[in-house]
Design a protein around this ligand. Structure first.
Ligand SMILES: [Zn+2]
Length: 129
């Protein structure tokens, strides 16, 4: 009886719990989360400089200024619409809307030129883990 209990505990409690704790710690380190729903958007290691800076403040034709950081990829976003070069902030780059996969919140834009691309994530919409 006690052998069975011990066996069960070592198989289900300890390894699982240990694994869960370690996985959570590891998986959250350096990740970027949607501030609205905590969905993982990307990773700080993917930060890139575009036109000499990681962070940019740009004003759209409606007079709204967005401050965003540039990332080589952002696997946690969904892209919407066809790429357009209209009113682009980065010469030669077309853009599409990038929204959180988890909650649909507007996170920024995917900028694309030939085989190059990067994602601009609005700093007020994300937090680093
Ligand atoms: Zn979200």
């Amino acid at each position: 009886m006690s052998d069975v209990l011990d066996d069960t505990r070592s198989k289900t409690l300890d390894p699982d719990l240990k694994d869960l704790i370690e996985t959570n710690d590891r998986s959250k380190k350096g990740y970027i989360f949607c501030i609205a729903c905590e969905h993982v958007i990307g990773h700080v290691n993917d930060r890139v400089d575009i036109m000499g800076a990681h962070e940019h403040s740009m004003t759209n034709p409606y007079g709204v200024t967005h401050t965003f950081g540039c990332y080589s990829e952002a696997p946690g976003v969904d892209l919407f619409g066809e790429p357009t070069a209209a009113d682009t902030w980065f010469p030669g780059f077309s853009w599409r809307l990038a929204c959180c996969e988890g909650c649909g919140q507007h996170m920024g834009w995917m900028f694309e030129r030939n085989n190059e691309s990067f994602c601009g994530l609005i700093v007020s919409q994300i937090r680093a883990g």
